[in-house]
Design a protein. Structure first.
Length: 243
């Protein structure tokens, strides 16, 4: 049972609730107007200790706005057994668009009087362990944008894995979204498509080393100039697994 609140506390609780209720749709619409196809908010209080960001900066930031932009079906259609130059350019362009959107969302939040910290859509800060400032995928999962599929990517019921993400950390009062239940079900298209056999039946059995070695091979063969693939992403539409 929730402890009985004083009249002053009740008023404060009610005001905060109304502010969260008001801020969420306003920010979501702003993100949509910037081209976001996905929008969600996650509570990061328990995971921010794992971020590769100064604890001093994170001290007052307990929520994360996560937005996603869908990738072009036309570009993905060209991918067969390896990434293409067209996909590589599209990948970079989408990341740049996400970074621009995150910058504008962070500015919007700041103008409202709150703290905001846009985190790059794709910037590795630990090349040895292939780690970024934080996992957009994990934030997206907590924000209810999808589940972690067999392909080790976030899977959305509408777009599958065919989207990119960016995150804005903030202390703006916002309604927190809830994670969704995993729904890959009997879909195993990514297992069949994977060019190195890294994707297994169980999500926890994903072979990170085999995947990374294949990415290095693609780069060495000059298909792309970055460690990306896109093969399993192309076949993951989310529709077969989702209920």
């Amino acid at each position: 049972m929730r402890p009985k609140l004083t009249e002053q506390s009740e008023r404060k609780f009610g005001a905060e609730f109304m502010e969260k209720k008001r801020n969420y749709p306003n920010l979501k619409q702003f993100a949509r107007d910037l081209g976001a196809d996905l929008f969600g908010v996650a509570d990061i209080a328990q995971i921010k200790k794992d971020f590769m960001i100064s604890p001093r900066l994170l001290e007052k930031l307990n929520s994360a706005v996560c937005i996603g932009m869908r990738l072009s079906a036309g570009v993905l259609a060209e991918i067969e057994t390896h990434p293409t130059r067209l996909y590589f350019h599209h990948y970079k362009t989408t990341n740049a668009a996400l970074d621009q959107a995150a910058l504008k969302i962070a500015a919007f939040i700041q103008r409202k009087g709150y703290l905001s910290l846009p985190v790059p859509a794709s910037q590795i800060v630990d090349w040895q362990n292939q780690k970024a400032h934080l996992s957009h995928k994990k934030i997206g999962e907590l924000a209810g944008l999808g589940w972690i599929g067999r392909n080790n990517l976030l899977v959305n019921k509408k777009f599958g894995s065919q989207f990119r993400l960016v995150t804005i950390l903030s202390n703006m009062p916002l309604k927190i979204d809830k994670p969704v239940v995993s729904a890959c079900a009997d879909c195993r298209m990514c297992i069949a498509a994977c060019p190195c056999g890294a994707i297994k039946e169980e999500v926890s059995a994903f072979d990170y080393r085999a995947c990374f070695e294949k990415l290095k091979e693609f780069q060495k063969q000059r298909f792309v100039d970055q460690y990306i693939c896109g093969v399993c992403l192309k076949v993951c539409t989310g529709k077969k697994g989702a209920k």
